[in-house]
Design a protein around this ligand. Structure first.
Ligand code: SF4
Length: 101
């Protein structure tokens, strides 16, 4: 009888232990997730930084083309910058990526 009770108690403890994640394993997993999130975030920043084209690549010119200019382009932000071309952008300029606003 006594032996039986002891076996039942041991089985219960074993089941409880197997359901728990050891603290060390949990902390290692959490640290790994934080590192992965940091890498993903830095990758997005790099992608954003290299996303714009150079002026040369899009044949940027400081004058309008056939009446079209940056001021009428959907990528012009209105303050001297473009969403797709790097550098200072004039409202009177134009490039091959021009798209009607
Ligand atoms: S014409 Fe070219 S440089 Fe000007 S805003 Fe549009 S995409 Fe940018």
């Amino acid at each position: 009888m006594t032996k039986r009770r002891s076996q039942t108690t041991d089985t219960t403890n074993t089941e409880e232990k197997s359901d728990r994640i050891p603290r060390r394993v949990f902390l290692e997993g959490a640290a790994g997730l934080l590192v992965a999130a940091g890498i993903a975030a830095s990758g997005l920043q790099s992608a954003n930084a290299t996303q714009k084209a150079s002026k040369e690549a899009v044949s940027y010119q400081d004058s309008p083309n056939a009446g079209n200019s940056c001021s009428g382009c959907k990528f012009f932000d209105g303050t001297g910058a473009c969403e797709v071309v790097e550098g200072d952008i004039s409202a009177n300029a134009w490039c091959s990526a021009w798209t009607a606003a």
